[in-house]
Structure formats: structure tokens, C-alpha cells
Design a protein around this ligand. Structure first.
Ligand code: PGA
Ligand code: ZN
Length: 388
């Protein structure tokens, strides 16, 4: 396929914030989400500005030939040459990811293939990690809310479509246990409960669902503690903890509430305490890096070397290059680190994330439970499951 026509425009994400959309050769449009609890080490979203990147893409006239995933390297070289960049990621994580994604969608269309078939040879469905109750920065719409950003459920049926049913069942169940004030940025329930009350509610809903569906269901959190960490302390609504108190606190949470998944339990520079926790409880619980690793290859290498994590979040628009994303997936697989492909809190209606999860062979996908921006990805996965 030759890249003949590139069109780009500005659209709004689920929060009404501007983001980039790109269409290549009249194929399906790709777009990029925006994060809110963004990590310090993420790639910048745009080179110069969103407007600059849209203009650059609308004037992209290079007739590059792309026949397979790895040919994206030609695209990266062309961008570097035109803008005088050392690395294509300097073009911006949102702009590069969306451009590459639009190229792959156009290629899939031309080859009469599915997007996931263009990406890789993996044919495995990920387990969904569902954000049921929200807190922290994503729930700042209400004054009193839980400290942790996401309270998650992970149903472990072999069939993705069953997991979808179970996730929705728990989501509805929790609605009847906790009083809610609508939904937050990611479609999770907005509640004015304490963290402990949310854990209890999730556990209750989990026990009922396990009986009904006869499937193991795991519980977890995205603690997103970089947003709680100020003046060398973790600032909770009812306490301030220093670094060693935080290790103890998180360890107790894992044991008391039988957590199987804890994301960002420490702030984004703290490889040391990640490593301590992983050594103590890594057999029982996934110790997941998000802001810590920020989908940057070098930080993943560091996290593996220091044995800081046994799982990590991968967000395409934290990095920008789908080629580097593939290298990160391969590195994680080699070292037994579980991969969690993730949406952002400000999402678009692009369902490509579902195809990337299957194509790259992600172990898990975190893309919410409810609201249409999240549902398009889950529905796409259900459709893919029927095809493979
Ligand atoms: P973000 O949060 O998309 O707002 O960065 C998601 C997360 O921390 O997992
Ligand atoms: Zn996170």
C-alpha cells in the first residue's frame, strides 16, 4: 500500500478536551485519547502544538510504501527527516500513535484483513480489568471521594464474553450497595464512601457473582499514588504516611482485602519500594507499574533489572511509537512481566485498542466497564473473540 492521502483534524475526547484524529487513504479514522493522571516520564503529546501536528499531517506528501507492521519504520524515518528530529517520538505521542494507527487501519482495509491481523500473530483474548468505582483525581467532581483512583474487578473465565457479563453484573451490583452520584471520567461510580467501604462493597458483589457464575473473580486497585505524594508524604484524607509506612499500609491492604492487582502503590520514582513489595507479595499479587514505567522502554528495562514489577500498564499514547510498543511487549514476555494494555481517562470512540490487545498478545486490557467510549472497545473484543 502506498500512502497517498493523509487527512487530520481536531476532535473532542470524552471530557471535551481537544485531541488529534487521522485518516489515511480514506480508511477508518484513528484518534488518540488524553490522560489526566499523566506520568512525569510520558512522551509529550505534540511536537510544538496540536495545531502544528494537524497541519504537518495534512501536508504530508511522501509516497511511502507500507506492506506490513514493521514498515512503520519508514514512516518514522520520514517524519524525523522532515522535522529534523533524532527520534520520531519527538513528533508527539498522540500525533505519532494516531498517524501510525491510521496507516495500519488503511493497510488492513486494503488487504481485506482485520486490524489485529496486521499487528501480530497472537490470537489470545486478554482478561478485562474493569474500573467499577472511582476516586482520586478522576473523581474530583465530588468533594468527598475515596483516595484511590480506581477500584477494579478482574473476572477470570476463559471466555471474554463471559467476563464481560460478569463485569457488568458486578458493576450493577455495586450500584445497589454504595450510594452513587453518577459516573466519573472513566464511567466508574462516583461515590462519597471511604476506601474501606468500597473494598467491602466490591467483596460483597464479588462473592455473589462468584456463586452465580462459578468463576474466580479478582479485585484490585490503581492507587495512582504519584498524585497523592506531596512533601515526601502520601497524603490521604485521614492520614499522612512516609515511605516505609506506605509499604506497610499497602501490604496490609493486599492481605486484608485479598487484592490480586495493585497499580502504582508508590510514586513514580520509587523503584526501591516497588521492589520491596514485589519481593514480599509478588507471588500473591500483581505489582503493576504505570507512572513508574510510563510505557518507556528504558524505564521498563530498569524496572525489570531492579525486579520492581511483575506486571505493567502499556498506554500507546504514553509512548507514541507502535514499533517501540511491540518491543516493550516482547521484553515483558521474555521476562515474565504481565502486560496490561490500557485506555486513558479522556477517551475517543476509536476501538483500535481492542485490536492492539489481541495483536500484541496483551495478558489484560484495562478499558473501563461503562459509557460508550469504553463499550466500543469491549464490544470490539467480543466481536474479535467470535472471529478467532
Ligand atoms: P489517566 O489515568 O488516563 O488519567 O492517566 C489512567 C491510569 O492512571 O491508569
Ligand atoms: Zn494508572
Amino acid at each position: 500500500m502506498i500512502i497517498k492521502e493523509v487527512r487530520s483534524r481536531i476532535i473532542e475526547d470524552s471530557r471535551g478536551q481537544d485531541t488529534i484524529a487521522v485518516c489515511v487513504n480514506g480508511g477508518a479514522e484513528a484518534s488518540s485519547p488524553n490522560g489526566k493522571s499523566t506520568g512525569e516520564y510520558e512522551t509529550k503529546s505534540y511536537y510544538k502544538s496540536l495545531n502544528f501536528c494537524v497541519g504537518f499531517l495534512n501536508n504530508f506528501r511522501d509516497k511511502i510504501e507500507i506492506n506490513k507492521f514493521d514498515d512503520l519504520v519508514k514512516l518514522e524515518k520520514a517524519i524525523c527527516k522532515k522535522l529534523g528530529l533524532g527520534n520520531a517520538r519527538e513528533f508527539g505521542a498522540n500525533s505519532l500513535y494516531t498517524f501510525q494507527s491510521a496507516v495500519l487501519k488503511a493497510l488492513a482495509h486494503e488487504k481485506k484483513k482485520e486490524l489485529f491481523e496486521i499487528i501480530g500473530t497472537n490470537r489470545r483474548m486478554p482478561f478485562p480489568v474493569g474500573n467499577v468505582v472511582g476516586g482520586g483525581l478522576h473523581s474530583s467532581a465530588i468533594k468527598i471521594h475515596p483516595n484511590f483512583q480506581e477500584f477494579l474487578v478482574i473476572p477470570k473465565s476463559k471466555r471474554f464474553s463471559d467476563n464481560l457479563k460478569i463485569m457488568n453484573y458486578i458493576y450493577d451490583g455495586v450500584k445497589n450497595i454504595l450510594q452513587n452520584h453518577g459516573v466519573n471520567d472513566e464511567g466508574a461510580w462516583l461515590v462519597s464512601s471511604t476506601d474501606e467501604e468500597v473494598f467491602d462493597a466490591l467483596n460483597k458483589a464479588k462473592v455473589i457473582a462468584e456463586k452465580k457464575f462459578r468463576v474466580d473473580i479478582e479485585i484490585g486497585i490503581d492507587a495512582a499514588t504519584s498524585t497523592l505524594f506531596k512533601n515526601r508524604k502520601y497524603n490521604y484524607t485521614d492520614k499522612k504516611l512516609n515511605q516505609s509506612e506506605q509499604v506497610k499500609f499497602v501490604s496490609e491492604l493486599i492481605l486484608n482485602y485479598d487484592l490480586s492487582y495493585v497499580e502504582d502503590p508508590f510514586q513514580e520514582r520509587d523503584f526501591k519500594n516497588f521492589s520491596k513489595l514485589q519481593k514480599a507479595l509478588g507471588k500473591k499479587c500483581l505489582i503493576v507499574g504505570d507512572d513508574l514505567t510510563a510505557t518507556q522502554y528504558n524505564r521498563v528495562v530498569g524496572a525489570i533489572r531492579t525486579k520492581s514489577i511483575n506486571a505493567m500498564i502499556i498506554k500507546p499514547n504514553q509512548n507514541g511509537s507502535l514499533l517501540e510498543l511491540k518491543r516493550i511487549f516482547d521484553l515483558c514476555r521474555k521476562h515474565g512481566v504481565k502486560t496490561v494494555l490500557s485506555h486513558r481517562s479522556g477517551e475517543t470512540l476509536d476501538s483500535g485498542l481492542a485490536d492492539y490487545a489481541v495483536g500484541f498478545g496483551a495478558d489484560y486490557i484495562k478499558c473501563g466497564v461503562a459509557t460508550r467510549w469504553r463499550e466500543v472497545k469491549l464490544m470490539r473484543l467480543a466481536k474479535i473473540e467470535k472471529k478467532i
